[in-house]
Design a protein around this ligand. Structure first.
Ligand SMILES: *Cc1c(COP(=O)(O)O)cnc(C)c1O
Length: 344
């Protein structure tokens, strides 16, 4: 079998395209800590305008944009409400406790999605012995939920509860554009509903580095201070911001291709004896369970021998992610390999 290297570990593994590299190479830069990098300023203004919000802040990672938002929306001894599988709880090193001194109130959602009723029920009444519920964090699309997405219609009732009860609403939109190309909802409407939005440029959009935190002017001014204290003040960051500008201009609409490719792999998996179940595939993430006689490690070794990299999401659970650097030829090859794999 022809050995093609195929990396389905994450959509973070993409390399800059020639067009993106050219834009990075030609970027006008300055010192962004003094706010004098024109390309960073351009990227931030572009993102803010896209969402109809006042301002944006370019940060090294989505973890940083989420952690800054959590820090600004809460005080120590508060709690944030989120789905039990959410990135802010699972994969940010308990930063909510470290940076913000808050607790978490976890909701058992449906493939990463929580409902307005669940949020309503989770909000604690004021009492001296209870944490204050001050923040709700939604994730769209959901990572551990298998790329599931909310429509704006599902989010608005949650927003209304937050407004009535005085809670802030933050969006972890690391893969928001994957949701938007499916739902057709607009970025401007998202800007109206959320107090702050975090988006990743280095996931499906294919930039090498970077996330944006978007919000009102006062919030972003404070966010800039928190970014600095976290060590995220960057100097000639315009080279990186240029990749972000290119990604927003060129790599949003093509996400549909990644979704199509993911469905194709999922359809193949559904028919295989060694696959127990496949989570519903809505965007670019495929999560599936192997039959009891298998382990994720054995399966991943077999894939690796055929040049395919993927990751374990549990002892018998595998995650594949499709992205910009996965071609149709690679998809056909993955299907061939999956069909050829057997026990022993
Ligand atoms: C990747 C991701 C982030 C941010 O991760 P970084 O690696 O820090 O950029 C945040 N939320 C979700 C849902 C993610 O998938």
């Amino acid at each position: 079998m022809n050995k093609m290297e195929i990396n389905l570990i994450s959509d973070t593994v993409t390399k800059p395209t020639p067009g993106m590299l050219e834009m990075m190479w030609n970027a006008k830069v300055g010192d962004d800590v003094f706010r004098s990098d024109p390309t960073v300023n351009l990227l931030e203004e572009k993102a803010a305008a896209m969402f109809g919000m006042d301002a944006a802040l370019f940060c090294p990672s989505g973890t940083m944009t989420n952690q800054i938002a959590i820090k600004l929306h809460t005080r120590p001894l508060d709690e944030m409400i989120c789905d039990a599988t959410s990135h802010v709880f699972q994969y940010e090193v308990a930063g909510y406790a470290f940076h913000s001194g808050i607790g978490v109130n976890l909701i058992e959602g449906n493939y990463g999605k929580i409902t307005a009723d669940q949020v309503q029920e989770a909000i604690k009444s004021p009492a001296d012995w209870l944490p204050k519920s001050t923040l709700v964090v939604l994730e769209n699309t959901t990572n551990k939920g298998g790329g599931n997405y909310y429509t704006l219609d599902e989010i608005i009732p949650i927003k209304n509860i937050c407004s009535n009860k005085g809670l802030k609403l933050h969006l972890d939109g690391a893969r928001l554009f994957h949701a938007l190309v499916e739902t057709g909802d607009s970025t401007k409407n998202y800007g109206e509903v959320f107090d702050s939005i975090s988006i990743c440029l280095s996931k499906g959009l294919g930039a090498p580095v970077g996330s944006l935190l978007i919000g009102n002017k006062e919030f972003i001014n404070e966010a800039r201070r928190i970014r600095k204290v976290m060590g995220g003040g960057m100097r000639q960051a315009g080279f990186l911001a240029a990749a972000g500008v290119y990604a927003l201009d060129n790599h949003v609409n093509r996400l549909k291709t990644d979704h199509f490719n993911a469905k194709e792999i999922a359809d193949c998996l559904e028919k295989l004896d060694y696959v127990k179940s496949v989570k519903p595939v809505k965007t670019n993430i495929i999560i599936f369970d192997l039959q009891d006689s298998w382990t994720a490690n054995v399966f991943l070794e077999k894939l690796a021998k055929n040049g395919v990299k993927a990751s374990a999401f549990g002892p018998k659970t595998i995650r594949f992610v499709t992205h910009l650097d996965v071609t149709d030829e690679m998809i056909q090859q993955v299907k061939k390999i999956l069909k050829s794999i057997s026990a022993g």
